[in-house]
Write a protein that binds this ligand. Structure first.
Ligand code: SAM
Length: 269
């Protein structure tokens, strides 16, 4: 990686400017991308899928690591030739032009794989939900979000940021913020600060049916988060549902912990 031109030179050589519609804010400092990859690893030869590699700053750091196969999924075709320059021909790197929301990860890698991404902000949340609740599961995810979204992922009951995203994530995985980045770390800088979240799915995760019910209950409960559960959950059974789950019907969603939401999901018909 050390003989390659700098990321800025590469962008200039290809005449590439960031596109707002693709949520493009690049990390051009390899010291920063190497640090993110250290939090993501060690990979010990396992595959890594990187979503939205863009000019390849994180990709270069992943390629320097102990990752086995490295699969890139990039929607913007302008970056494909530039990313191809990182391919040493050994077969370790695969570049997929496509939409990460639609891609079937199980077809891209064999065996356990890590996910690493400086996510496009407009699709960060749906992608996290896809990887946590979908049929294919990574062994760990290291993802850059807007700081405010990162806080929603790791929030605890009673926090302002506690809501659906925290409940769904933490029902499936352990999640923590490992790094904060100011807007100035990106080119061009976004309007908000960012944070890297490291998410490790637990071996025992709720079944897909249970997760679907959890999504229904949390959508209703947090859709009207200032209301008591007896009223926000009215369509799903209201006070009777709460009582069946051992939850106080006059409580509000923001104080119910993950175990409480799972009991509500289990009590759903
Ligand atoms: N990883 C690069 C970095 O850190 O400098 C770029 C990060 S930039 C925030 C997000 C990247 O995701 C862009 O390259 C953008 O084109 C790509 N992208 C946006 N939407 C995507 C999608 N649905 N599927 C795959 N890539 C996407």
């Amino acid at each position: 990686m050390t003989d390659l031109p700098s990321l800025r030179e590469t962008l200039d050589a290809h005449g590439l400017l960031a596109k707002k519609s693709f949520g493009q804010h690049f990390l051009l400092d390899l010291n920063v991308t190497r640090k993110i990859v250290r939090y993501a690893g060690p990979f010990e030869g396992r595959a890594v899928i990187e979503v939205g590699p863009g000019p390849g700053g994180l990709t270069r750091a992943i390629l320097e690591s102990d990752a086995g196969k490295v699969v890139l999924v990039e929607k913007d075709p302008r970056f494909i030739p530039l990313l191809s320059e990182l391919d040493d021909g050994s077969g370790r790197l695969a570049i997929v032009e496509g939409d990460a929301l639609k891609v079937r990860e199980a077809e891209l890698v064999e065996g356990p794989a890590h996910l690493v991404s400086n996510l496009p902000y407009n699709v960060g949340t749906p992608l996290l939900i896809k990887w946590l609740t979908g049929p294919w599961q990574p062994c760990a995810l290291t993802l850059m979000f807007q700081k405010e979204v990162a806080e929603r992922v790791v929030a605890a009951p009673g926090d302002d940021a506690y809501g659906r995203l925290a409940v769904i994530t933490q029902a499936v995985a352990d999640a923590r913020i490992v790094m904060h980045l100011p807007a100035a770390a990106f080119t061009p800088p976004p309007k908000v600060a960012s944070a890297v979240v490291h998410v490790v799915p637990r071996a025992e995760r709720p079944s897909p049916e249970r997760l679907k019910k959890l999504e229904r209950v949390t959508a209703a409960a947090f859709g009207q988060r200032r209301k008591m559960l007896r009223s926000s959950l009215k369509q799903l059974g209201g006070a009777a549902l709460c009582e069946a789950a051992g939850i106080e019907p006059d409580a509000r969603a923001e104080v119910i912990d993950i175990a409480g939401f799972l009991r509500l999901a289990d009590a759903l018909k």
